[in-house]
Design a protein around this ligand. Structure first.
Ligand code: PHE
Length: 338
């Protein structure tokens, strides 16, 4: 049996060949098994000797198989190594980057962190009272209209701004308060320059002697940190239900510098007015302090709010709002080094 196996093993070149041989010799119905069966018909006096020999044969067969198996494995390994070319260039791992919206939110949060502001968050599915009522929107205010706001029920809606986060923060805490609230907001609006979901960052500072001068200083610092000190900043009177007085903030246009272009082509960033609106702000209306349960005439504060997409477009020169939502790698990967 052993010499027969040796010839068989010499011709076996793969693990499959080897397995076939093993079944033939050592399998349950294999050659060795047949010999073992025949032991039963032997004279009892002969059995021990023949049995012992059969076991030795079995061991020898097993050893021969193991040896050949090692040899086949070693060969396979050295073949694999021979076809491996260590001089080939490696495969580069793709490195992710932050979305421009996340980048701007992070930059603004970092700037306000240096001024001691904390980040506050609130639900995107909001109650009417926090989104509108407590922040001084009259019942017939146009933005409460079904055409502007996405309602879930009469009293539940998708927040249209992050101002409810300010109201919730005021209700839960006593001044001094300095927070910003970055997050998603929703409006019933969809065209080239509006998406039904967009991002806002609002902020507020409340203490006993906060003035409009503090607001101007803080926002100027924000704008210079975001866009560079060479930008001019302009404050204009405006109106919001939750602030009095209210202002809007413009920055000077970096594209045409307010001078327009030689051929009279209108500037696509500022329409050649020289200014771009980037923020709404104002002194918090005392009605909100009353709604928050604060004592009369104790606190003053300012609030401001900005659209993140708008800031990102101005900062990075993005001309199409849809870019933010298409997840095109050619667009997104440009922000890897920012
Ligand atoms: N909530 C305003 C908006 O959504 C922005 C704003 C916030 C204005 C705070 C003034 C003060 O447009």
């Amino acid at each position: 049996l052993i010499p027969e196996l040796k010839t068989g093993l010499e011709n076996a070149n793969s693990e499959a060949d080897l397995e076939e041989l093993r079944i033939d010799f050592l399998g349950r119905k294999g050659r060795l098994a047949k010999i073992m069966e025949s032991l039963a018909s032997l004279d009892p006096s002969e059995r021990p000797l023949v049995g012992k020999t059969a076991n030795q044969v079995k061991e020898a067969l097993n050893a021969a198989f193991d040896e050949k198996k090692q040899a086949i494995l070693a060969l396979a390994q050295s073949n694999a190594l021979a076809s491996f070319d260590p001089t080939l260039p490696g495969r580069r791992l793709e490195q992710g980057s932050l979305h421009p919206i996340s980048l701007v939110m992070k930059q603004v949060s970092d700037i306000f962190a240096t001024l001691g502001y904390k980040v506050a968050q609130g639900p995107q599915v909001e109650l009417d009272k926090y989104n509108f009522e407590y922040v001084n929107f009259p019942h017939d205010h146009p933005s409460r209209d079904m055409q502007d706001t996405l309602y879930i029920t009469d009293n539940v809606l998708l927040r249209t701004h992050t101002t409810p986060v300010q109201m919730r923060t005021m209700l839960a805490n006593k001044p001094p308060l300095a927070i910003i609230s970055p997050g998603k907001v929703y409006r019933r609006d969809s065209d080239l320059t509006h998406t039904p979901m967009f991002h806002q960052i609002e902020g507020m500072y409340i203490d006993t002697k906060v003035s409009l001068a503090d607001l101007r200083g803080t926002l100027t610092y924000l704008i210079h940190s975001l866009f560079g000190k060479e930008r001019k900043v302009r404050f204009r009177p405006s109106f919001f239900p939750f602030t009095e007085p209210s202002i809007e903030v413009d920055i000077s246009c970096a594209l045409c510098g307010g001078k327009g272009f030689k051929n009279n082509e209108p500037c696509r960033v500022c329409k050649t007015t020289g200014w771009v609106e980037i923020l709404g702000a104002g002194m918090i209306d005392p009605t909100l302090f009353t709604n928050a349960g604060y004592p009369d005439d104790t606190y003053t504060g300012f609030a401001f709010g900005m659209g993140v997409e708008r800031i990102a477009m101005l900062k990075y020169g993005i001309t199409d709002l849809r870019m933010f939502f298409q997840n095109d790698m050619r667009f997104l990967s440009q922000f890897a080094s920012v």
